[in-house]
Design a binder for this molecule. Sequence first.
Ligand SMILES: [Zn+2]
Ligand SMILES: [Zn+2]
Length: 88
Amino acid sequence: MGIIRGYICSSCNFEKNYFLGIGFSNQKETTLFECSYCNAIKNSTLSSPKCSKCNRKSLNEIMDFTKKLECPRCNRREFNFEIEGSWD
Ligand SMILES: [Zn+2]
Ligand SMILES: [Zn+2]
């Protein structure tokens, strides 16, 4: 069973759900990464994926979900973890 982590921007109300963990038909675990260079957010099954925005291998796995991330729409650091659910 996988985990859904939903982020909502408190500045522009942009909302995005990330499907993480191991799903029913997917054997690989999906984790959430933040790029230390351009702050892009990416979910990937790879252990060291490349950033899809700046193409650098500077992604760090997000462990602390209380930390605010940079909003993909307005680029403000107001992207908050708000919703948790599950999927399979
Ligand atoms: Zn990047
Ligand atoms: Zn925003």
